[in-house]
Design a protein around this ligand. Structure first.
Ligand code: UDP
Length: 321
């Protein structure tokens, strides 16, 4: 029995691969390496191929008894999804249909999916719970919501079992420092702040200081990537033991402002970090915080790491590169 990880050379996928392997599962990473990194695939088998390549994908299922799929392969740049929606709908939606139909043909009926809080759009109420309206504002968020809809329909028609995990702001790195976040281009706050601490960038630009929040900067719900990996493992075990298909938020239930992140990074690194205040970034809501009470109740999942630990682990990884 094997577990297939699409996008397993990427940030969250590579951490899930490590955790599943540590638990004794045989894993197969399927990644086209467009954004993934081969050196992040340190566990299991590796197949370098694109999800659009039905033949390569089919071969994985013919040659292995795939028990479940962990599906991370997707493009994730929100801004690019606005300027090039075709790229996002093709890769994130059409290629997922190809994956689901290949699974059906080979009798594989379980999938754990990397969804996002971007499926909610502008929140009406906080913290966000899973039953709140989903009105994504970007093609990226819409592409993830379309996949959630596919799951519901494939569940009803073909009995596909699924868990869709809606992440809030993934951050941090493997606590052992073996793997971490490696985006090119990097757009996420914590790695950019640490690059400023490291002298790789001259400063950190704070996007807007006039939001209606305690210090005027945006508040987000940061969640450690190792906690995310733990949620994937639990989601799989939930389905494997006969649990229902479902959707879960994965957040810390706790908001942290941009300035608080910079402060945590100063503390962890002991470095000066130059801050430059700039205009708001378009499309940024002032506050995004998710309730993960449902994941706690049903999956028994609770995040263990705080923002300072996220910065500490990410810093350890950055310095080892
Ligand atoms: N942010 C910032 N400067 C940067 C990158 C991000 O001030 O160089 C802010 C951004 O406006 C948001 C928060 O940091 O409020 C987290 O942004 P990120 O891009 O990491 O994640 P997002 O919440 O957009 O998914």
């Amino acid at each position: 029995m094997a577990l297939l990880i699409t996008g397993g050379a990427g940030y969250v996928g590579s951490h899930v691969n490590k955790m599943l392997s540590q638990k004794g599962y045989d894993t197969i990473v399927f990644d086209n390496l467009v954004y993934g990194h081969e050196e992040a695939v340190k566990w299991g088998k590796f197949v370098k191929a694109d999800l659009a390549d039905s033949e390569a994908l089919g071969r994985v299922f013919t040659e292995n008894k795939v028990e479940a799929v962990f599906h991370f392969a997707a493009y994730t740049y929100v801004g690019e999804s606005v300027t090039d929606p075709s790229k996002y709908y093709t890769n994130n939606v059409v290629n997922t249909i190809n994956l689901l139909d290949t699974m059906r043909r080979h009798g594989c009926g379980k999938i754990i999916f990397s969804s996002t809080c971007a499926t909610y759009g502008e929140p009406e109420k906080l913290p966000l719970t899973e039953d709140m309206p989903q009105n994504p504002i970007s093609p990226y968020g819409a592409s993830k919501l379309m996949v959630e809809r596919l799951f519901k329909d494939y569940n009803r028609a073909y009995g596909l079992k699924f868990i869709a995990l809606r992440y809030f702001n993934a951050a941090g790195a493997d606590p052992d420092g073996e793997i971490g976040e490696n985006h090119d281009p990097e757009t996420h706050l914590i790695p950019l702040v640490l690059d400023a601490a490291n002298g790789k960038r001259p400063d950190i630009k704070v996007f807007g200081t006039d939001y209606p929040t305690k210090d005027g900067t945006c508040i987000r719900d940061y969640i450690h990537v190792w906690d995310l990996a733990d949620a994937h493992l639990r989601a799989f075990e939930h389905l494997a033991s006969g649990g229902e298909s479902d959707f879960f938020n994965l957040g810390n239930e706790c908001g942290t402002s941009v300035l608080e992140i910079i402060e945590a990074a100063r503390k962890v690194t002991g470095k000066e970090i130059k801050v430059t205040n700039v205009e708001r970034r378009e499309g940024d809501p002032p506050v995004l915080v998710g309730s993960s009470a449902k994941a706690e109740n049903i999956l028994g999942w609770k995040p263990r790491f705080n923002v300072e630990q996220m910065c500490r682990h990410a810093w350890k990884y950055i310095q080892s590169k």
